[in-house]
Design a protein around this ligand. Structure first.
Ligand SMILES: Cc1cc2nc3c(=O)[nH]c(=O)nc-3n(C[C@H](O)[C@H](O)[C@H](O)COP(=O)(O)OP(=O)(O)OC[C@H]3O[C@@H](n4cnc5c(N)ncnc54)[C@H](O)[C@@H]3O)c2cc1C
Length: 380
């Protein structure tokens, strides 16, 4: 029986652990640095059909219906004029049992851990990775050690494991944007109750969508904002009431009616990957944000984490691990280009370019050929 160690119990680590659990040739353990899994309520996730299809293989289709929502459209609005620009039918990519889904991140994590709780070791923060011959030895800050045949690194965008294997060669970079997020625990009469609403402003956009059948809404705004190197490293800044007030003063006035309803408002800097890192050992792999973290403007982080985890599991099961990196890089580049392009287009500030953007947007959201290429290549 092959031993598999997974570092990090986030979306990608938990999903791949579920896949390994179904194959009796593997003994899998998930190591998580925190003393419990992160079940932060104030955070919604959008899952496109590419990941829902894979999640269904471990029973997501049977997961409580009242904790999931299936929006059918993305509505585009202009923040300044408060007018609707157009809408995009995302249900075109759905099938009977595979639908674009929104839910609370905490509900997704609860679903992913439900069958594998016995495999998760909390309070295990990685400190050392030794690669000798075919055996990989990992050490933790609590002085425990473990030997494994496959090591899967899924400890997120600030991956310590990646720093250890790359000898600090790769670091995420600040995306020059802040994320403002929170929940609204009831429906608002000025919000579309059934769909995703995307509001476009200058150097700013915000997205609001239902995450349950009962009426909880998720709010997420992305604001262009320069931070000095010191500010980027200073995490206490993001809990400082004066700094939060200063940031919120930059929110367009028209968006305040949403902001005023938000509970558990949090602000954090968005970090993204700059490049790929290929590990010189085909028994050690990166997945999820540790593999590559995208700007959030295409809402593909979680979906790609799930897709990458599935591809890695299949390549280990079929002994084709060498191909995994190449095929993941190809798809990741496509998603990253679209994420960066979306952010650029969503944040346009010149009135004339905004006017042209809106004209093009109205045409493109109804152009099947364009949608098949821009979204279909990622979603299918
Ligand atoms: C503002 C914002 C909005 C987003 N919205 C969406 C969205 O709508 N849809 C979408 O698909 N994606 C979205 N994403 C992206 C998505 O959240 C991430 O891509 C996804 O959570 C990555 O999963 P992961 O498993 O790689 O990492 P994570 O979920 O970050 O999990 C990493 C785990 O590793 C653990 N860990 C860290 N260090 C160590 C260590 N040293 N030892 C052991 N364990 C460790 C952590 O505690 C954590 O549990 C968004 C991201 C941002 C920033």
């Amino acid at each position: 029986m092959k031993k598999v160690a997974i570092i990090g119990a986030g979306i990608s680590g938990l999903f791949i652990a579920n896949l390994f659990k179904k194959n009796s040739n593997y003994q899998v353990t998930v190591y998580e640095k925190n003393n419990s899994l992160d079940l932060d309520e104030g955070y919604g996730i959008q899952l496109s059909v590419n990941s829902v299809k894979l999640l269904n293989q471990i029973g997501f289709d049977k997961f409580k219906d009242h904790k999931k929502f299936n929006p059918t459209k993305i509505n585009f609005y202009s923040i300044k004029s408060l007018e609707k620009i157009c809408d995009l039918d995302i249900s075109d990519f759905n099938s009977d049992d595979i639908k674009y889904t929104t839910l609370k991140r905490s509900d997704l994590i609860n679903f992913l851990k439900s069958d594998i709780e016995d495999l998760i070791k909390t309070s295990h923060s990685i400190s050392k990775i030794d690669q000798e011959n075919r055996i990989i030895k990992i050490s933790f800050e609590n002085d425990e050690t473990f030997e494994c045949d496959h090591l899967i690194i899924s400890d997120g965008v600030f991956s310590k494991s990646k720093s250890l294997v790359s000898k600090n060669k790769t670091q995420p970079k600040y995306n020059n944007t802040l994320a403002i997020r929170g929940t609204i625990p009831y429906f608002l009469d000025f919000v579309d109750k059934k769909n995703i609403s995307l509001h476009l402003g200058s150097n700013f956009h915000h997205v609001i969508y239902p995450v349950t059948q009962k009426g909880n809404l998720n709010f997420i705004a992305i604001m262009k904002y320069n931070l000095t190197e010191n500010e980027q490293k200073n995490y206490s800044l993001f809990t400082d009431p004066d700094f939060i007030k200063k940031i919120l003063r930059n929110v367009p006035q028209e968006s305040n009616k949403f902001l005023n309803e938000i509970k558990e408002l949090k602000i954090f800097p968005v970090f993204v990957s700059d490049d790929f890192f290929k590990i010189d050992n085909n028994k050690i792999h990166l997945i999820g944000d540790a593999f590559f973290a995208f700007p959030p403007s295409f809402a593909q982080g979680a979906s790609q984490s799930i897709e990458g985890a599935f591809e890695l599991f299949k390549s280990i099961e079929n002994n084709t691990e060498i191909d995994f990196f190449k095929s993941r890089v190809y798809k990741t580049k496509m998603v990253n280009n679209r994420s960066k392009f979306n952010e650029f287009v969503f944040h346009l500030s010149n009135p004339l370019t905004k006017l042209f953007r809106n004209i093009f947007l109205k045409k493109l959201v109804k152009n099947k050929k364009f949608l098949e290429s821009y979204l279909g290549k990622i979603y299918r």
